[in-house]
Design a protein around this ligand. Sequence first.
Ligand SMILES: [Zn+2]
Length: 281
Amino acid sequence: MKKLIRDFNKNPNKIEYKSILESNFNEVKYCKTCNDVIFYYDSKFKLINNIISLIGKNFNTKKTVFGVEYQLLHCEDCVRFKIDKAKKLNRAKWFNTSNEVSSFAFNIPKNIIDKKNQNLAVTLENMILKYGKQEGSIKWNEYVEKQRYKNTFEGKQEKYGWTKDQFDCFNKTRSVTLEHLILKHGDYKGTLKWEEYLQKQRLTKSKDYVIKKYGMDYWNELNAKKTHDYANYMRLYKEHDIAIKKLEDFYSTFQKNITLIILVKMIENMEKNYLMVDGFG
Ligand SMILES: [Zn+2]
């Protein structure tokens, strides 16, 4: 028995899990979707004084929301197959937060999940509920101050090494362009689009700047030598989105001075014709 469990824990798989589970446990519950055992990447066994118990996720795993217990009803394979979000999320995070993954896996009603998320949002009210009136207010003020600092000159200088001029440009453009995008797409999507736009601009402007300053030959040479161009990245990463992202990463870190000058230039440009942002949405 000891050896069986040790071997299984070293190399866990669904078939053996099922056989050990069924020969040692009564009233095993099965996946509501596929009727097979509820098996997850961390489903294992433990043997203490010859008593076998379950560790990791299993048919007895429960999640408590607002004092109500919900039982894990679906196996990992079925969760991944049925819920798109599960494919994008690291599986260690599936059940950390109240999301549609745990909603499905534990069959928690959507309105309960929404209510839970509302409670998790950082608001003064929630802080007070969680920490009491005095400490909640302090924590809330700290949070607000931290968010505010992120967008001050000191914050930007600390994080990106901006000069005062760069910061002023940033602020002017931010007020025009970001507001425009937020009006059009809403808070969250608007901000995302603005960031995407900045990234895109940074990439083209890096290229323009290098060509203008050092010539096309230098640019070609740089690309040939370092192979940091779209075609090469596509060969390497196979997918358009990943290739673009990797290129952006490369050019945004490559020669920090260049990108900072570009940022100022780009912002000046955007100020002149911020309406071109329209074409982006
Ligand atoms: Zn299943």
